[in-house]
Design a protein around this ligand. Structure first.
Ligand SMILES: Cc1ncc(COP(=O)(O)O)c(C=O)c1O
Length: 467
């Protein structure tokens, strides 16, 4: 018999499940191919979203239908022509496993029987997939938290006891000039200050210049500074450049500095035949960030922090409390978050369902599509390829017949975002405003890539007539 609580679904449970099934089926069928346009929030939706807290409910079926309508008027990264930022996919198996995980509402702050083992196995599998070597670690909400967690551990390793005593302003961090701003945020939150970050110059391939890194470390050490960590980026957000990991590992080892790799976006490509060579040296890192909710296709949130062992995490996050005393060690003592959902189940289930080779093939296809996009840009007279793609990011721009090139490209991105036939974002590379598509979706096809070029051209021509 079901519960008599006012929050129980009671006799509506089966109809609610059938409705949710129908909504999901329609959504997935809608994602299989691109749809023209993107509905904006209607007047009715805006009025609904200004309503006060309801005192009595409208019932589960009506509420689910409202949620369906709100989702339809929201920007879904699962659609095959979402090329903005670093997108994602909402992998179907992952979505189902996420619903199951939410239903059991496991909390990984404390030991949670099989769920704790699933998390550890998933981390080991990800480490094996990308060639990290012996792996432990923790599942986080994403790249921001993974980078922060790794850098907290590096800070405690370089300045033992500083988590208790605070900092004396000597710590420094090293990143490439095009690293993600999550490292700045981490430095600020960890009390190192973003002024302690050395933004190392780029080489001709937009990668961290290793000679400049070595010189910067030497200078800082001679000045009495304490290097905390070098953060290499394995797939920069701007262009997908992969820093030279093996060479950076050599410099870190010489200077005795923690080597962290931020591969939130790009690291899955280390598992492919085509791109593996770019990640040579990943097995020498002390820690690495990889987001399964980016290029391992599962829905947000699922960030993985790979660590050589959990000792450094325990030294950084361990506490003794009087209310969690039953287990010898609680998982919360290895991470920042307290209550932590069972995020790894969606990746675990997806690996079990599809196998690692299917993931490898989907990544290869995205890499191939990025090359196709670069070729199409080269073949189109009005378009200019700005950076040769190393992974799946292809910065390019359209040269208008008259007027400012920067303004034209910014206007194309904004117009395409409004019209919604394909979603693209702009970015600034070497001072130039460019279009910066990124392909991380297993649903994206060669036809979608061809359509992107056609839509950029059509939008650019329309704007030229108006400018
Ligand atoms: C290289 C890199 N690091 C970190 C992040 C932050 O990841 P998240 O949004 O999962 O916190 C991103 C996001 O795009 C990224 O590209």
């Amino acid at each position: 018999m079901s519960s008599s609580s006012p929050l129980s679904l009671g006799s509506e449970r089966i109809t609610a499940l059938d409705t949710a099934f129908e909504i999901l089926r329609d959504a997935w069928e809608g994602f299989d191919t691109a749809r023209p346009g993107q509905p904006q929030p209607s007047d009715r939706t805006i009025a609904l979203l200004l309503e006060e807290l309801p005192t009595t409910g409208i019932g589960v079926i009506a509420a689910l239908r409202e949620a369906e309508s709100l989702l339809d008027q929201s920007l879904a990264q699962s659609r095959p022509r979402f090329f903005g930022y670093v997108g994602s996919s909402g992998l179907e198996v992952g979505v189902l496993a996420e619903a199951l995980s939410a239903s059991h509402d496991v909390n990984l702050a404390s030991v949670a029987a099989a769920a704790t083992l699933v998390e550890q196995q998933t981390i080991r599998w990800v480490g094996e997939f990308i060639g990290f070597g012996p792996t432990s670690g923790v599942v986080t909400s994403g790249g921001m938290l993974s980078n922060l967690t790794a850098l907290a551990a590096a800070r405690e390793r370089a300045l033992p006891g500083s988590r208790r005593t605070g900092l004396d302003g000597r710590g420094t961090l090293y990143v490439s000039a095009e690293a993600h701003s999550s490292v700045d945020r981490s430095a600020e939150l960890l009390g190192l200050g973003s002024d302690s970050i050395r933004a190392i110059a780029l080489d001709g391939h937009r990668r961290m210049d290793v000679t400049a890194l070595d010189a910067s470390l030497r200078r800082d050490k001679a000045d009495g500074r304490v290097p905390i960590a070098v953060v290499a980026t394995a797939g920069t957000t701007l262009t997908g450049a992969v820093d030279p990991l093996r060479q950076i590992a050599g410099v870190c080892s010489e200077h005795g500095v923690w080597f962290h790799v931020d591969g939130a976006y790009g690291l899955p490509a280390a598992a492919t035949r085509t791109a593996a060579h770019l990640f040579d040296g990943i097995s020498l890192a002390d820690s690495a960030t990889i987001d399964a909710h980016k290029w391992l296709f599962v829905p947000k949130a699922c960030g993985i922090l790979l660590m050589r062992d959990t000792v450094a995490l325990r030294e950084t996050f361990g506490h003794t409390t009087s209310y969690m005393v039953d287990a010898e060690e609680n998982p919360v003592d290895r991470t920042l978050e307290y209550s932590r959902p069972f995020r790894s189940l969606k990746l675990w289930t997806a690996f079990r369902a599809h196998g690692a080779d299917a993931f490898r093939d989907a990544l290869e296809e995205n890499l191939r599509l990025a090359q196709l996009l670069a070729d199409l840009v080269r073949e189109t007279p009005q378009l200019e390829l700005i950076v040769e793609p190393q992974l799946s990011t292809v910065p390019f721009r359209r040269i208008p017949t008259h007027g400012s090139v920067d303004e034209h490209n910014s206007a194309i991105a904004k117009r395409m975002q409004q019209e919604g036939d394909a979603y693209i974002t702009s970015a600034v590379v070497d001072g130039m405003t460019v279009l910066r598509p990124c392909i991380t979706n297993f649903r994206t096809s060669a036809d979608d890539v061809r359509a992107l070029i056609e839509i950029v051209q059509r939008t650019g021509e329309k704007l030229e007539l108006q400018e």
